[in-house]
Ligand binder design. Structure first.
Ligand code: ATP
Ligand code: MG
Length: 362
């Protein structure tokens, strides 16, 4: 069996640079690598509803935005299968049975879930569905027998949880129907968790510190020029710090040496620019202008593709509909295998009825 990818995003807003470097860019590379037999990209609307259940309109509006961002980023519907989670109802059935494979204490210990609970101020009103979303994520991954899950670093605890559930399931039912997935995180360390423009640990829709893939040129420039740098770097001649300096963090994620010749010929590598900044004599505005040029260069082809797809919304809906049909068929097959392993295939199992006939035959 060839290698299979499952990954996705919550349609709680448009996709941003964090998604791009953390996962999207990697997906495009993998799609073109020819190493994968099947690639499933999921718009996780059911998961998004776990903390937005009272605002379904937000999710409804953002599904198309995420789909447009996917196509804009270069995902090719000929090579990947984009689908909508809630429309593959088999996934909820997987989740139901996996709930028994994990304890409440284990879910409460999941560091990502813990952090997100604090972030959302859930305190005593934590929805059960939110707490158990790692279980539903396990369903999403295993339903497609995915072995590779390209994600940002914040998702590592989710993958660990999925692996545990798979092992427990396979062991309990003495089967190998479920496949243990591996996370694939970006090689470039900065890309694993891109900070927000405010310098906070993670660029995230919920924190409002994002540069969106669909932002206009002017938006991007405005956001870059007001970005967080070194608060002690007051005069150009002052030595500057790189640690926690978001402008340099973004350059670590996006800069290629060839950009210097075109946009900042005083340097030929990022290390040279960094050294000058640390020595003193290089102002924030110059570095920000360079970052802006780099980002505009990266975003221009994405913007162009988005503009084209925006003129073909029925085409995008068709892609989602077809993708969802393929995903459903796949999930259905795995679900049948899974239920057979659990021995909850009563009507399929002729031997079961026969044993009951025999039991009462005397
Ligand atoms: P929300 O605030 O609704 O949770 P989000 O911005 O965290 O949204 P998700 O849809 O939860 O986005 O994440 C989708 C994928 O993007 C995941 O693989 C996640 O690891 C990755 N990702 C999200 N933000 C970043 C980031 N700042 N850096 C790297 N990867 C990221
Ligand atoms: Mg998230």
């Amino acid at each position: 069996m060839g290698k299979i990818i499952l990954t996705g995003d919550r349609p709680t807003g448009r996709l941003h640079l964090g998604h791009y470097v953390g996962s999207l860019k990697e997906r495009v590379r993998l799609q073109n690598s020819g190493e994968f037999e099947k690639i499933f990209i999921m718009i996780a609307d059911a998961q998004a509803l776990t903390d937005n259940f009272d605002n379904p309109e937000k999710i409804r509006e953002n599904i198309i935005e995420v789909a447009l961002d996917y196509l804009a980023a270069g995902l090719d519907p000929e090579k990947v299968n984009i689908f909508i989670q809630s429309q593959v109802q088999e996934l909820t059935e997987f989740t139901f049975y996996y709930m028994n494979m994990v304890t409440l204490a284990r879910l409460e210990r999941n560091p990502t879930v813990k952090q997100e609970i604090v972030l959302r101020n859930f305190e005593n009103s934590l929805p059960m569905g939110f707490l158990t979303y790692p279980v539903s994520q396990t369903a999403d991954i295993t339903a497609f027998k995915a072995d590779t899950v390209p994600v940002g670093e914040d998702q590592l605890p989710m993958l660990e949880q999925a692996r545990e559930i798979v092992r427990k399931f396979n062991f309990t039912y003495n089967t190998d129907v479920l496949v243990e997935p591996e996370a694939l995180i970006p090689q470039n360390e900065t890309c694993r968790r891109l900070p927000g423009t405010d310098g906070k640990a993670k660029m995230s829709k919920s924190l409002g510190n994002c540069i969106y893939l669909a932002d206009t040129e002017e938006d991007v420039q405005k956001k870059v020029m007001s970005m967080f740098t070194d608060p002690d770097h007051l005069k150009v001649s002052d030595p500057g710090k790189l640690e926690g300096n978001t402008v340099f963090t973004y350059l670590d994620a996006f800069c290629k040496d060839e950009y210097f010749a075109e946009y900042c010929p005083d340097y030929s590598t990022l290390d040279e620019m960094k050294a000058h900044y640390q020595r003193g004599g290089l102002g924030d505005v110059k570095v920000k202008r360079f970052l802006n040029s780099v980002l505009q260069e990266e975003l221009a082809p994405i913007r162009e593709r988005r503009a084209k797809w925006q003129q073909d919304i029925p085409g995008v809906y068709e892609i989602l509909k077809k993708g969802t049909e393929v995903a459903r068929a796949e999930a259905k097959t795995t679900l049948e295998d899974m239920k057979r392993a659990m021995k909850i295939n009563y009507f399929e199992d002729g031997a079961l009825m026969q044993s009951h006939i025999d039991k009462y035959a005397k």
